[in-house]
Write a protein that binds this ligand. Sequence first.
Ligand SMILES: [Fe+2]
Ligand SMILES: [Fe+2]
Length: 137
Amino acid sequence: MVELTSSFMLEYESLDKDHQRLADIVNQIVEAIDADEGEKCEDLAINFVKAAKSHFAKEEALLIKAGYPNVEKHQGHHRSLNTKMDHIVEFAKMAGENQMARESLRKELVFLLMDDVITADMDFKNFLVEKAKPGEA
Ligand SMILES: [Fe+2]
Ligand SMILES: [Fe+2]
């Protein structure tokens, strides 16, 4: 199970809510695997990828609007996750009958969420916090 403690928060509500929603889906997948209900993983993984892609688009639009200087780099980072997310859906499709696919799914998904989605966003946390300070806009 993953838990988004305060060090993983951007302190930017709409993005933090999206991250929590992604973490909730990851936890549903982990629960399904632990309960030997691997057949539930495919739909959940497809939902995860959809939610992640719409979150990335929203985050990029917000960073552009805020004038974040490294937005292209972060967009490139998001794009680089497409292949990983394809693999996650493939593992999820096999999760019903394949133990190795379940283990790969669990591991890859938790890494993707914690490293590639949440920790990578810490690059712009200070920028958003500074931006939000009153009187300095
Ligand atoms: Fe994000
Ligand atoms: Fe991001």
